[in-house]
Design a protein around this ligand. Sequence first.
Ligand SMILES: Cc1cc2nc3c(=O)[nH]c(=O)nc-3n(C[C@H](O)[C@H](O)[C@H](O)COP(=O)(O)OP(=O)(O)OC[C@H]3O[C@@H](n4cnc5c(N)ncnc54)[C@H](O)[C@@H]3O)c2cc1C
Length: 482
Amino acid sequence: MSLRTPEQYKESLRDGREVYYRGEKVDDVTTHPVIGKAVQHACIDYQMAEDPRYRDLAVVTDPQTGQAYSRYYHLPQNAEDLLQRSRLIEASTREGATLVVLIKEIGTDALLALHIVAEEMAKHGAGQYRERVQKYYALCRDNDYAVAVAQSDVKGDRSMGPQGQEHPDYYVRIVDRRDDGIVVRGAKIHTSVSTNTDEIIVLPTRAMREGDEDYAVAFAVPAATKGLKLLASSYGGFQRNDFEYPISAKHKMMETLTVFDDVFVPWERVFLAGEVAAAGLMALTFVKFHRFTAVSYKLPLLELMAGASQAIAEYNGIERAGHIREKLTKLASYHATVQGLILAAAQQHTVVPPGIAVPNTLMTNVAKYQFASNYHQAVQMVQDVSGGLLVTGPSMEDWRSEATGPYVEKYLGGKKGTSTEHRLRLMNLISDLTAGDFGGYQEVLAVHAEGSLEAEKLQTYREYDFAAAAEYARELAGIKEG
Ligand SMILES: Cc1cc2nc3c(=O)[nH]c(=O)nc-3n(C[C@H](O)[C@H](O)[C@H](O)COP(=O)(O)OP(=O)(O)OC[C@H]3O[C@@H](n4cnc5c(N)ncnc54)[C@H](O)[C@@H]3O)c2cc1C
């Protein structure tokens, strides 16, 4: 099997996994009122593979074997492969009404990184990881698995590494090394889509140093593994109608506190166990791909911010006002800047052993930083153009009621000749996107997911060629050194 149907995917989630929601064990994530919505959202990935409109983008066929598999599992070799990957991420996020699907994006980001790091480690005498990574990658690809990535540790005191903390389990660690594998303990946080994936890949969150050997650990486990407990976040968990919440009534992503309560991992699923020097490389290589994924999935959101602002300005009759045009122009250039940087990141890639194209790290981080550092300001502009009705509007029941509906219809119209219903629906879309709990989720996602702002700044500083730039300055100043 290389491609699954949405039904096969859902069936695979009924495997006895230990998921908790508001303190209670969930019997079946696919029918749970909140997590079930996230499952349905994730089905987009499998639906697209069957949809003639997306088939060519979502599925690749191995020319040698004739095997068809999800494009996410295709190892990119050039700019076109990276761009196709980016387009698929963008298209699926568009299907998800601006919410990323993520069930294959993040897992394959990790698999790409694992290939590169295992190759590097093989050069330093640890050749066992290369074969394990290749086998594990084939397992995921051939079973069309959905894969989450748990990288962020809970971390305790942020000014310290794993050692010297209040307790030794703020970073996931090896507590036992056995002939057949390792036993791990600790917890990761913010693990997206883990309630509804087949597998979870665990990576180190940071560079490690001597003495941190037990914490330099990477591995993969099936979601239904003994001792693995997934405590689902309740954020945004209330039920809603699609008149008032046109996006979040249908689309949801779940995050978990991912607890490893002495979980056994067989050696064939262990990709790092004590090699401190490789932990940082693994963490950084993953984000090289993952931030490229991040900016790719932001594009529908940025287009929607510009588009919704234009449309609501028209309904409000202000589309020609100078300050509105200025805001629309800023939103357009915000979208176009990220779009352009994605193209540049793909085109200026480097190919590293074993032949994988890595998006340009400087361009990727600049794109991510541009997106994240300007997001709240963009929200402000969208809200400014829209007006206060974003948070004071009538409910679906008011709209439908014989007693109140006529007042809503009469008084909440906009520009002459436009429909009140259309104005309200658009207002609700913008409210959902920027002013409700889904809007709050998007804001925090923008700032922290795939690394906080400082992480992108740090990478930008590291990657920029300051030496060449300074040399240019010296040359123009007529300075000759050395
Ligand atoms: C919606 C969402 C989904 C996510 N999905 C995933 C996922 O699927 N998998 C995954 O592994 N992670 C995921 N993340 C985690 C994300 O990568 C982290 O949120 C991010 O790396 C920040 O870590 P933190 O939340 O612990 O915040 P912190 O690290 O506590 O950051 C808070 C502030 O402290 C600063 N700070 C931290 N350490 C230091 C220090 N030593 N010195 C100075 N300043 C410091 C930061 O720069 C920031 O300003 C997700 C996050 C969100 C919000």
